[in-house]
Design a binder for this molecule. Structure first.
Ligand SMILES: [Zn+2]
Length: 255
């Protein structure tokens, strides 16, 4: 056991000498491995934000996860406000842009998967773009729709423990919890339980901690009107950013 443990440590040390951390300035490598790995500074911590959907859905199919026989639309149409008529892709980007601002103010780096509506980016590609940008975490911004108008509240989604592709259960679950708690507090919305699912392309392709936030039900008239207000969108973004900061403090800075 001990031998294996030591070999593991040696491999890790070797690996760390080969791979430079993102954003590390040259000449600062004298710090210990512990410092670079376990105490990533805010300015080196990259949050990828994916504003769900786009102006026009793309109904061509793609595998649900790498190599999966099950397939799903590359980008579904999303929902729309039952009362305001606001399209989900517009709400998602409005909050995503505010979230970017909030996170930058907190000193984090941000990568936006999309910043306009007129794009055509498959859900698997959205994850790949975030990974290519060397993001540390990925947040998919969405709002919900239901046939029952009374359904309301927010929740977050992460992988299950048994996801065959994504192996970031603990961190994803923690991120889901922190984001949901802070979000619901910020906007005073009903908190539904964190949902664990393995049927979302936006999770299954991702090697980094990843969550979806379903910010509320656009099929619920009062929640729809609430989310459509710009002042509330700023509060919603602030809530998500606070949740990211809590996650960073709990799972990145001190580990
Ligand atoms: Zn959606």
């Amino acid at each position: 056991m001990k031998k294996i443990y030591l070999a593991g440590l040696l491999c890790l040390a070797l690996f760390m000498t080969m791979v430079r951390p993102v954003g590390a300035a040259s000449g600062t490598d004298h710090s210990s491995v512990r410092k670079t790995v376990e105490k990533k500074s805010r300015k080196d911590f990259i949050v990828a934000i994916d504003a769900g959907h786009q102006r026009k859905g793309n109904h061509k199919q793609e595998p649900l996860g790498p190599g999966s026989a099950r397939k799903k639309a590359r980008v579904s149409d999303g929902t729309q406000g039952v009362s305001t008529g606001l399209a989900e892709y517009k709400l998602n980007l409005a909050v995503a842009k505010r979230l970017k601002k909030q996170l930058l103010q907190k000193g984090f780096q941000v990568y936006m998967v999309r910043e306009t509506h007129n794009v055509n980016i498959a859900n698997s590609k959205r994850v790949k773009k975030a990974v290519k940008a060397k993001a540390d975490i990925l947040i998919h911004i969405h709002a919900n729709g239901s046939a029952r108008r009374s359904d309301h509240g927010a929740f977050t989604i992460c992988q299950t423990k048994k996801n065959p592709w994504q192996k970031q259960y603990k961190k994803s679950r923690a991120l889901a919890k922190y984001v949901l708690n802070a979000y619901c507090r910020a906007i005073s919305i009903k908190k539904r339980p964190v949902s664990e699912r393995d049927d979302l392309t936006g999770i299954n392709y991702s090697p980094i901690p990843t969550v979806f936030i379903e910010m509320g039900y656009m099929s619920n008239p009062s929640e729809d009107r609430k989310m459509a207000q710009k002042a509330n969108q700023t509060k919603m973004a602030k809530g998500i950013a606070d949740g990211v900061e809590k996650y960073y403090k709990a799972c990145v800075r001190k580990r």
